[in-house]
Write a protein that binds this ligand. Structure first.
Ligand code: SF4
Ligand code: SF4
Length: 84
């Protein structure tokens, strides 16, 4: 299972909330505050580590405000299989 890390560029975000709608893990919320242009912005919230790095949020963002970093966690037993 892959794990994701998401970075939202709050100054690019226009608060359209598209990323919130597509996230299958509910890992993106809206901020309480506003950016310099006066938009409420998306915030990545991932306390339970649910984000898989699927990148749907980045794909849907019309302002290219989201970067997704993905860490692939090896499955248990994969190292043994590779050494045999
Ligand atoms: S990478 Fe996928 S799971 Fe993670 S916040 Fe974006 S849409 Fe949600
Ligand atoms: S899709 Fe992009 S512009 Fe829209 S709220 Fe999310 S980060 Fe902001």
């Amino acid at each position: 299972m892959a794990k994701g890390h998401v970075v939202v560029d709050s100054e690019r975000c226009k608060g359209c909330e598209l990323c919130i709608g597509v996230c299958p893990k509910g890992s993106i919320h809206m901020s309480e505050g506003f950016n310099a242009k006066g938009y409420r912005t998306a915030v990545w919230v991932n306390p339970d580590g649910a984000c898989t790095g699927c990148a749907l949020c980045a794909l849907v963002c019309p302002d290219t405000a989201i970067a997704v970093y993905r860490e692939v966690v090896p499955r248990v037993g994969a190292a043994n299989a590779a050494s045999n």
